[in-house]
Design a protein around this ligand. Structure first.
Ligand code: C2E
Ligand code: MG
Ligand code: MG
Ligand code: MG
Length: 281
């Protein structure tokens, strides 16, 4: 019968689902301990002005599991989100990032204007206590609100409702920076931009990656830049990997760059070395 013929593929599918479920459970088990004991740490990737001056950093969560293998944020961030552990994880990344920035500032390794970007989940921006929480966090490290850029991905900001509008407006009034991440990949880019109080647009790396080969992508970047200019927004291009991309983006008027061409995300000691080398050179 037909069912007989289907038996094999169905079985293989079940096995894959079971393996994925297994992996999910195992990583989730590790995750609880990892947030408490500390193997999840931020690394930092520099963000540079078009003229080469350091603007700030983006904190990116990094984790090596108990089996010694690196686990990607693409795997553990969604898991943290669905399991209620994301607030604890975010708090850890935030506190470590502010502490590090305060230290680098105090040592004169970075300018007083350098900021750290932290990625936040939508649940944070829907919490009425979030602005107060952030104010307390920067104050406890003797930093001004402008030392922190709140990044939220475009898909998370999609269909923004009243609460998110109110909270983002409040954040801007308090002096925090606010960036829309992965811009251009969602289905309501313009609605989010119109309704939420962003001051920076991060052009998604998928546009940058193909821009030299695909004129249409280049045109879309040009349109995003024109729109951002007209609205008085800052721009950061993500995923800049080649000199050609950097030059083309600079010609279009993109004012900030982030990507492997300049620096990869680095742990604290490497970043410190990177900063010291720049000062000397
Ligand atoms: P994102 O916020 O858009 O971060 C940029 C991603 O691009 C990072 O991947 C970074 O390592 C990568 N990248 C930077 N420059 C280049 C380049 O030149 N070429 C290429 N191919 N990639 C580049 P990563 O660290 O794997 O993070 C992936 C995503 O996971 C992030 O995207 C962010 O959405 C999320 N994420 C990472 N850390 C956190 C965190 O602490 N909290 C939250 N909520 N999300 C996080
Ligand atoms: Mg980001
Ligand atoms: Mg991004
Ligand atoms: Mg992303």
């Amino acid at each position: 019968r037909v069912a007989q013929e289907n038996a094999r593929p169905t079985l293989r599918f079940d096995t894959q689902v079971l393996q994925a479920e297994d992996r999910r459970k195992r990583v989730l088990g590790w995750l609880r301990d990892a947030i408490e004991d500390g193997p999840i740490e931020p690394w930092w990737q520099p963000i540079l002005c078009a003229n080469g001056v350091l603007a700030g950093f983006e904190a990116l969560a990094r984790w090596r599991g108990p089996d010694g293998q690196a686990i990607s944020p693409a795997e553990f961030i969604p898991l943290a989100q669905s399991s209620g552990l994301i607030a604890a994880l975010t708090d850890r990344i935030l506190q470590r990032s502010l502490a590090a920035l305060a230290q680098w500032r105090a040592e004169g390794l970075v300018a007083e204007t350098a900021y750290t970007s932290v990625n936040f989940p939508p649940s944070a921006l829907l919490d009425p206590a979030f602005p107060q929480y952030l104010s307390a966090a920067v104050a406890s490290h003797d930093l001004p609100p402008s030392a922190l850029c709140v990044e939220v991905t475009e898909s998370d900001a999609a269909a923004p409702g009243e609460p998110m509008e109110r909270i983002t407006t409040k954040l801007r009034r308090l002096g925090f920076r606010l960036a829309i991440d992965d811009f251009g990949t969602g289905y309501s880019s313009l609605a989010s931009l119109n309704r939420l109080a962003f001051e920076t647009v991060k052009i998604d790396q998928s546009f940058v990656r193909g821009m030299m080969e695909q004129p249409r992508l280049h045109e879309m970047i040009r349109a995003i830049v024109g729109m951002a200019r007209a609205l008085g927004l800052r721009l950061v291009a993500e995923g800049v990997e080649t000199q050609e991309q950097a030059q083309a983006l600079g010609r279009e008027g993109v004012d900030r760059m982030q990507g492997y061409l300049y620096a990869r995300p680095m742990p604290e000691p490497d970043l410190r070395q990177w900063l010291q080398n720049r000062r000397v050179g």
